[in-house]
Design a protein around this ligand. Structure first.
Ligand SMILES: O=C(O)CCC(=O)C(=O)O
Ligand SMILES: [Mn+2]
Length: 200
């Protein structure tokens, strides 16, 4: 349950015990059943290696015209609500009365990664971003608010929760690789990341 601070990014190690990880995973499976994972194209025209879907009033979406939040899943349905078990994680680590509008669900299979980026498609950067890791270990890289400069990396394990807020809200971050098959939470391997954001 240690809490680390790396460049202003809070890392709550093993915030979720195994029973809570399984409860969150079950809730995520229900969301994915209703709103299936898809592989968005980046604005540069290449599909992302991470598959994703969302829960909440809006979902994060990307295609050749750019990154944005969309009111509907590409299949035409509304996004399912953010599960209570997930909302409780936000409540635990932020203590805020305002709750997120979007829970992005990222699924990393073998070889998937996410390049260094900022989360900046939201209207108000005073709200933090909360990110939850489930399943296989992921090598999380943290850079700077400005582009470039030195970076530092840390392995995120199942049950870890990361908060990017305050000075670190716009810090560059990414996932270089996962250790496929390192966790037993997902029997067939893979990593799930949940990213909670206040969008509007
Ligand atoms: O997978 C992660 O830990 C980070 C995901 C992320 O940064 C994002 O979806 O914006
Ligand atoms: Mn991000």
């Amino acid at each position: 349950m240690a809490r680390l601070l790396l460049r202003g990014v809070e890392i709550h190690k093993t915030h979720l015990d195994p029973a809570r990880q399984r409860a969150v995973l079950d809730a995520v499976r229900d969301v994915v059943q209703a709103a299936p994972l898809f592989s968005p194209d980046t604005p540069y025209g290449r599909p992302m290696s991470v598959r994703m879907t969302s829960a909440g009033a809006v979902g994060w979406y990307s295609d050749r015209t750019g990154y944005r939040y969309a009111p509907r899943h590409p299949g035409g349905i509304g996004w399912p609500p953010i599960p209570d078990a997930v909302m409780r994680i936000w409540d635990d680590v932020t203590g805020l009365a305002r709750r997120p509008d979007c829970c992005l669900i990222n699924w990393y299979g073998e070889g998937a990664r996410m390049g260094l980026h900022q989360d900046r498609d939201e209207a108000d950067f005073t709200w933090p971003v909360v990110s939850v890791s489930l399943g296989d270990d992921g090598l999380f890289r943290i850079g700077n608010v400005k582009r470039g400069g030195r970076t530092e990396s840390i392995w995120l394990n199942s049950g870890d929760v990361v908060v990017m807020g305050g000075e670190a809200r716009l810090i560059h971050h990414g996932v270089d690789r996962i250790r496929f098959g390192s966790s037993r939470l997902l029997p067939r391997g893979g990593r799930i990341n949940l990213t909670l954001r206040v969008v509007t």
